[in-house]
Design a protein around this ligand. Structure first.
Ligand SMILES: [Zn+2]
Length: 548
């Protein structure tokens, strides 16, 4: 029952009745109170922790949309265009041409002893190479005999070499699948599009979702990224949660030195009844650092991949409308079932037609099964307009907007996908605020890097990679952005009574910063140094994390 009082330069509590403090008292991993040292002495004998005395504390950051596979990916070769920090804190420079990508893979291949072991890359984003398609001959230059492949940044496409195609029996003519484009010779080009076409090669490369969902080493790598980003609660937003993954997640998160609260959402596959029932049953297997019992549904694809479902007038370049990953009728049935059973659902929608399908589906489902405070949440919901936000408010929906998208793909949205007007309204944080829709912002790591302070910077400035301000009227203030990455995200997970602010009764989860996010120029928010975290009252310094 020992009490620790943490001393800090400043504590930003996000508690409106006591927004600032210099000390916080902690017992059993929970907060007794904040204030001045003399005030906190009322709780009895304590140990004063001065290690953070020159730091700024804020509530542990909550990543409301990420995937554990970001941790697994770091055992593969990073092939992305942007610089990216790995779990050990090392920055991998972006590969700025297809030639650089090939050279990086060549280097990795020459270091591999076992000639049969596949070589896997990730984060590839040819949209930055003038969309020059990568073909198998490019990757044959890495190896003619070893299977080599890389998954795109979007996660929706794989490129592989001839040896990989041969290993799955596809280095031949006569393949007839919309996700397997053919070259002039009638053989696959090595590009595989969509989950079905990718499946066999995914397994070969160690990229199948089952592997990515439940892996002890990957879990620990992911948690190290969280500490470096100041995150103490993170979602795994679309897990298949196979039975064999559960004990791994339970044991991994229960370890004394595990620094993150993980919230996996069970991805709906097949019959909605089974998924909803399984999610409800999983709730009982939860622990403090593993929160089970929620469902994720994916309604459509991605905007930059032209697979999102758009309303009229569709894509500006004339691309055909995208894909329903789940038909609107089934979507409505799944929502009704989940409402009835009291299982919370988060739905991925990118296009505004997909968002309409959820709004219509919820309208119907709520008439059959009214449930106050359901907090069903639209994830991404990038193209929603003001009228759709008003409907979200009326239906009690929350939204988690993909603020990072502007930086990474905003220029392409302006030019290629939805055109100038709709590009400026994408991820409309200011409209969400004005409409009173509870909202969060996210990275969708590994799609973009895990880092809520960077995400907040994106929502505040809405700058694209080329430096254009995209949607100045949808910018929000620093305080609102910081709320979105703490209490805002916690609210969408129904965890706002436990985390997201620093106040009596809540978990002792803090993000430890070298500087004050409310005082530095807002342009510096993206690079604000994170010292580490306190999670359940335990200190984790980024500089002291195990490596390798
Ligand atoms: Zn996602």
């Amino acid at each position: 029952m020992s009490i620790t009082i943490f001393q800090a330069r400043k504590i930003i509590t996000m508690n409106p009745s006591r927004p600032l403090a210099t000390h916080v008292a902690v017992r059993d991993g929970r907060i007794l109170g904040t204030g001045a040292l003399e005030e906190l002495a009322c709780w009895g004998a304590y140990r004063l922790e001065t290690r953070l005395a020159d730091k700024v504390l804020m509530p542990g950051l909550v990543e409301g949309h990420s995937h554990l596979m970001e941790g697994v990916f770091w055992r593969f070769i990073y092939c992305g265009w942007f610089d990216r920090r790995d779990p050990d804190g090392r920055v991998w420079p972006g590969a700025k041409s297809l030639q650089e990508v090939v050279e990086r893979l060549q280097q990795a291949q020459s270091a591999l002893a076992d000639p049969a072991r596949p070589l896997t890359g990730w984060g590839f984003d040819p949209i930055y190479f003038d969309n020059r398609r990568c073909v198998r001959e490019d990757l044959d230059r890495v190896s003619a005999t070893r299977p080599v492949g890389m998954i795109h940044a979007s996660g929706h496409i794989i490129n592989c070499n001839s040896a990989a195609l041969a290993a799955v029996g596809w280095l031949r003519t006569g393949i007839d699948h919309p996700g397997v484009p053919l070259g002039a010779d009638g053989m696959p080009t090595g590009e595989l599009k969509g989950p079905e076409a990718m499946m066999l090669v995914s397994e070969l490369l160690g990229l199948d979702r089952g592997t990515l969902a439940g892996d002890q080493a990957g879990l620990r790598m992911f948690s190290r990224l969280c500490v470096r980003a100041g995150v103490t609660t993170a979602t795994d937003l679309a897990s298949p949660l196979p039975d064999e993954a559960l004990p791994i997640l339970q044991a991994g998160t229960a370890a004394d030195d595990f620094p993150t609260r993980i919230v996996p959402l069970l991805r709906l596959t097949g019959a909605p009844e089974k998924t909803v029932q399984r999610a409800a049953a999983l709730r009982a297997q939860s622990s403090d650092r593993l929160r089970l019992g929620r469902v994720k549904i994916v309604a459509d694809g991605s905007i930059q991949g032209f697979s999102a479902r758009l309303r009229w007038p569709g894509y500006v370049n004339g691309a055909p409308n995208g894909l329903w990953y789940l038909a609107p009728q089934q979507l409505q049935q799944a929502l009704a079932l989940a409402l009835q059973q009291g299982v919370q659902v988060h739905v991925h929608t990118n296009g505004d037609e997909a968002t309409d399908a959820v709004l219509d589906g919820m309208d119907q489902a709520l008439q059959a099964h009214p449930r106050p405070d359901h907090r069903f949440t639209l994830q991404h919901c990038q193209l929603a307009d003001a009228a759709q936000f008003r409907r979200m408010k009326a239906l009690g929906l929350c939204v988690n907007l993909f603020a990072n998208h502007h930086y990474y793909w905003g220029d392409e949205h302006y030019r290629l996908t939805v055109g100038p007007e709709r590009a400026t309204r994408m991820n409309a944080c200011a409209t969400a605020l004005a409409s009173g829709v509870p909202f969060a912002i996210h990275s969708d790591a590994p799609i973009t890097p895990l880092g809520p302070l960077f995400t907040a910077w994106c929502a505040v400035h809405r700058l694209t990679a080329s430096g254009r301000v995209l949607g100045e009227h949808e910018r929000i203030g620093v305080a609102e952005a910081l709320r979105a990455i703490t209490l805002g995200a916690a609210y969408t997970l129904k965890l706002d009574g436990e985390v997201g602010s620093i106040e009596c009764g809540k978990r002792a989860d803090f993000c430890v910063l070298d500087d004050d996010p409310l005082a530095v120029p807002s342009m510096q928010l993206r690079d604000l140094p994170v010292w580490g975290v306190v999670q359940d009252g335990r200190i984790f310094a980024a500089s002291e994390l195990p490596t390798g």
